[in-house]
Write a protein that binds this ligand. Structure first.
Ligand SMILES: *Cc1c(COP(=O)(O)O)cnc(C)c1O
Length: 367
């Protein structure tokens, strides 16, 4: 069998991309707010049901810029159970990450642990809607309001997720999306910040373009975080297919649940309730009563050309640039540690075949 990875990026039909390329060659606008950039920004805002979006070259530059846009400094409370870019965006801004443990049922940062971690230096909270499962938004907002903190959501996993009939990326002060090739929706590389008002969008747009406000005015030491026309054209095109792609992901999700829920020692993470989900990941827990350890199952599948991922292991707090922090200690992060040693994310993507799914399931079931 050919190699199967946790995801295979979605690409719309090539012949449909050609006219978009011809347009770019015709009008010779390659970047800096070209016509596709404008169109994608508009279409995306409409699709997500939000007012203001600023597009980026990738999600990491968007995270770094989001922190700058709100002038965050000092300490920021975040989760260790995420992709490294979340915490790296803090170090790039000279901000000290303070890790708080996750809730054992949602895998998201625990609001009670956030409150315990607040110091006079705390200026913001940087939670992640992990796997696209909503954080405890109300509790986090209450804490932010009580202590005068900003909330920036790393919403890299949430594309298309609706919570209380509202886009999951419309909560908090800012939300940051990623359109990396491995995500539910991709523009090869790409990202965005969702913001609540035009003034904030204006500042973000300056910051992603060197801080340039006009020909003779530079208002901040901004970065080059701009999305180019190829990425934006790709976004306009792929957006037409996203609903269908999410639907197909949902079928893969159901297949796994139907066939794995009865396997002793394997637990499928329950779907979030009250949510229109995007099926971005399919995480399972390998419990002690399964006949293999988590890493043994990972190796067994790999030997059969099935490349799963241990998202998120190791924890961000275990990497050398973070492990010296007080908040990185194992005692402080009990559930994050436990879960990271049991979790395995199975391949899920719209074009995965029934045969491959059946193979994965039988490899997990056979003893
Ligand atoms: C993918 C990802 C990012 C980074 O996005 P890029 O577009 O790859 O830079 C940040 N945070 C999380 C949780 C992610 O999964």
């Amino acid at each position: 069998m050919k190699k199967i990875f946790i995801t295979e990026p979605y690409l719309s039909p090539l012949e449909e991309f050609i006219p978009y390329l011809e347009k770019i060659w015709e009008n010779k606008r390659l970047t800096n707010n070209g016509p596709f950039h404008e169109e994608f920004e508009k279409n995306l805002a409409q699709y997500l049901g939000v007012e203001y979006i600023s597009l980026f070259a990738n999600g990491t530059l968007a995270l770094v810029t989001a922190l700058q846009a709100l002038r965050i400094s000092g300490e920021v409370i975040t989760t260790p159970y995420t992709f490294v870019a979340t915490a790296h965006s803090l170090l790039w801004n000279n901000i000290k990450p303070v890790f708080a443990d996750i809730e054992p049922d949602t895998y998201n940062i625990d609001p009670r642990k956030i409150e315990e971690a607040i110091t006079p230096q705390t200026t913001a909270i940087l939670p992640v809607h992990i796997y696209g499962y909503p954080c405890n938004i109300e509790a986090i907002q209450d804490i932010a309001d009580n202590y005068g903190l900003k909330v920036i959501y790393d919403a890299a996993h949430t594309f298309g997720v609706k919570h209380q009939n509202q886009s999951l990326c419309s909560f908090g002060d800012l939300s940051v999306l990623s359109f990396h090739a491995t995500k539910v929706f991709n523009t090869f590389e790409g990202g965005a910040i969702i913001c609540p008002d035009l003034k904030t969008k204006q500042r973000i747009d300056y910051l992603k373009n060197f801080g340039i406000a006009d020909e003779t005015t530079v208002v901040a030491p901004g970065i080059n975080g701009k999305m180019n026309e190829l990425q934006a054209a790709c976004g306009v095109l792929q957006l037409k297919y996203i609903d269908n792609q999410i639907k197909k992901r949902g079928l893969v999700d159901s297949f796994y649940r139907e066939h794995l829920d009865c396997v002793r020692g394997i637990t499928c993470l329950p779907l979030p309730t009250g949510v229109m989900y995007n099926y971005s990941y399919f995480p399972i827990l390998i419990e002690p009563d399964y006949y293999l350890e988590r890493d043994q199952l990972y190796e067994k599948l790999k030997a059969n050309n099935i490349f799963t991922r241990r998202y998120f292991y190791p924890l961000v707090s275990e990497y050398p640039m973070y492990r010296g922090l007080d908040s990185a200690s194992k005692n402080n992060l009990e559930f994050a540690y436990k879960k990271s040693r049991k979790i395995l994310c199975l391949p899920i993507f719209p074009s995965i075949s029934k045969e491959v799914l059946a193979t994965i399931v039988s490899l997990i079931k056979e003893t």
